[in-house]
Design a protein around this ligand. Structure first.
Ligand SMILES: [Zn+2]
Length: 420
């Protein structure tokens, strides 16, 4: 891999050069050496930031974007999403994931944590797009079909597709997976040392149902079953909107990562009182996601970050909550950390996942503060260049093969609407 040198770029309000070699940031400064074989990027008129980590999504569902809006969750799933999903074959998933990766790259994301099916097709798509995917194998019921042998085989297919891919285990939720299935998934995650990801406490109804069926709140149930112990440091709980203090304590103790999905939670009417400050103070690793485009309609992490920030400030009636520097950590470093990747900061020694934004974008004109511009004014389309693992995946907003992705994604989305 050729080294990359980004020259005269704005980093933390100073102009500097950034050198990237062998997937790492190896030099920052105006006097650093410039290898003769380096790819040179002119950073004038650009600012560098860490790339984003979208820690909960269902990438292929971007083909369902805009289907059946403005309905209650269960009705939306039953009448709109699940019938269309029946038509989603491997090829459709492949093009859906390509489209999602294209949108993510164009808005500065280089890592996504996903839950879906047809994973080998998804893995091929992610590998071709050049970004990182943690692909979660969805499990329902008792999960009997998931065996050590089947997992090993699938892992070979997914992780064999490219070095930036990881397979994880994704029991859907405590209301669609049995107690036996949850324990089985946790044991598998422990034996195979993979991320365990699950939808948790997304709605108030779900928590009440868990209490009446299991006599525990969702996180307390997983503690009771031994799941939190088995998945220590590898557990990613999406949503987690309805928690009590005892659960937050359990989550911190078991080094859980929580993924907040403000756009999905708001649009589906699930709620908005995400307990960010309480979780952060307890030591829970809080990351951010968009959820699938079927519910949130967008994979733009800048939009997700702004929504999270504004909700925290508004709900708490306190503008000092979640300042932009801390928001950057939530959007980037905390997500990479959950996936075991040493990225999320532009510093020597860190893995080179970073973006350049175009300072001619009106969000940055004028620019009193680059981070304010990014989170409080910009949209994903301000991103000009994306580097993932030391490789350029977008330059001057151009991504390899994007015309074909548009054409194929439209075609496959149309096929989902046909009665078969
Ligand atoms: Zn989800």
């Amino acid at each position: 891999m050729e080294p990359i040198i980004i020259e005269n770029v704005l980093l933390n309000e100073n102009r500097t050069n950034i050198l990237i070699e062998n997937s790492k940031i190896t030099g920052i400064g105006t006097q650093i050496p410039m290898p003769v074989n380096a790819i040179r990027i002119d950073g004038r008129g650009k600012a560098a930031f860490p790339a984003f980590a979208n820690m909960h999504t269902h990438a292929a569902m971007t083909l369902l974007k805009g289907m059946g809006s403005d309905m209650p969750l269960q009705q939306w799933l039953n009448e709109s999403i699940w019938p269309a999903e029946k038509h989603l074959d491997g090829e459709a998933v492949y093009w859906g994931v390509k489209l999602a990766c294209l949108e993510m790259i164009k808005s500065g994301t280089t890592l996504f944590n996903d839950m879906y099916f047809h994973l080998p097709h998804a893995a091929k798509a992610v590998a071709e797009m050049g970004i990182r995917g943690v692909l979660g194998l969805n499990v329902f019921g008792d999960g009997d079909e998931l065996t050590d042998e089947s997992f090993r085989q699938l892992r070979g297919e997914v992780e064999g597709a490219g070095e930036l891919l990881k397979l994880s285990i994704a029991p859907h939720s405590v209301y669609t997976v049995s107690e036996k299935g949850l324990v089985h998934c946790a044991e598998m995650s422990s034996r195979h040392d993979t991320i365990f990801q699950i939808h948790m406490s997304e709605t108030e109804h779900e928590v009440q149902e868990c209490l009446s069926n299991h006599q525990f709140r969702p996180y307390a149930l997983l503690e009771h079953l031994g799941v939190l112990g088995l998945t220590e440091g590898r557990f990613v709980g999406a949503h987690s909107l309805y928690l009590d203090a005892e659960e937050i304590d359990l989550m911190a103790r078991h080094r859980i990562t929580v993924t907040h999905n403000p756009a999905s939670n708001l649009k589906l009417g699930s709620g908005y009182r995400f307990l960010y400050t309480e979780m952060r103070n307890a030591g829970v690793n809080v990351a951010l996601g968009t959820d699938g485009s079927a519910s949130s309609n967008s994979l733009d992490m800048i939009e997700a970050a702004r929504l999270m920030s504004y909700l925290q400030k508004g709900v708490r009636q306190d503008p000092t909550v979640l300042p932009a520097t801390e928001l950057m950590q939530v959007v980037s470093e905390n997500g990479f950390k959950a996936a075991g990747i040493n990225a999320g900061r532009i510093e020597v020694g860190k893995v080179a996942d970073l973006i350049l934004v175009d300072l001619d974008n009106l969000a940055f004109v004028p620019m009193h503060n680059p981070l304010s511009g990014l989170f409080y004014a910009a949209h994903g389309d301000a991103v000009d260049t994306v580097v993932c693992n030391g490789r350029i995946v977008m330059r001057n907003r151009h991504v390899e093969g994007e015309e074909e992705i548009r054409t194929q994604a439209r075609r496959h989305a149309q096929l989902l609407r046909v009665e078969r």
